[in-house]
Design a protein around this ligand. Sequence first.
Ligand code: ADP
Length: 235
Amino acid sequence: MAKTMLIELEQVNKIYNRGKANEVRALRDVDLRVAAGELVCLKGPSGSGKSTLLAIIGCVFPPSSGRAAIAGRQLARLPDRFLTIHRRETIGFIFQRFNLLPALSVRDNIILPLLPLGVPPKECRRRARVLLERLGIAHRENFPAGRISGGELQRVAIARALINNQPLILADEPTAHLDSRLSHEFMAIMAELKAAGKTIIITSHDPLVAEHPAIDRVVEVHDGRVGDTAPEDHA
Ligand code: ADP
């Protein structure tokens, strides 16, 4: 059976401030296909276009030109409101500094993405509990996020990215502010999620990410262009 493609980019370009003096061509003729269940590292120097690529894959905005289909939907054809709905249903984001709200409880941080979807509170709590158990932080459910350890915070951020059972997880430089123990732990959780069928894209400079055995592919981004390499080329 043919593999299901979760991400299909064809000749994608992204131009910021088009036609103005400060015009930037951030992505140039990018072709990228990622199959369901792959764990991919996007690697490249600062300013190369990784975040822009992640934003298009993350349905934050459509490309300036070219075709971008994420989970079977062509982004350019979706009006803004539907792009937002598609994003919520399809993508879980893990941010570099985790972006948790310190005064809210661990549980409330995890269920935040469900609020605009109108999921009943009881169902929110049930889903949160399942993930808290799975990630080994059930004992922190009612703690304010500001009062838990770095390793626990990372698990809360991961739980939040999984709460709507999204098939695609995107993580932007997730290990940039972590020590090596927590970085290893992060990658071990990503490997488990991949084994459970998630598709995961991680942008990173960190060799610990790019060379992790669970990484299927490293995609190099340079000057807005992409090229693939096998992970063993980076060993
Ligand atoms: P990376 O994530 O690899 O650091 P980015 O995708 O953030 O790269 O940036 C690629 C290029 O696009 C850079 O030249 C950056 O300055 C430019 N850029 C990124 N975001 C914007 C924006 N919102 N407006 C204008 N230029 C931008």
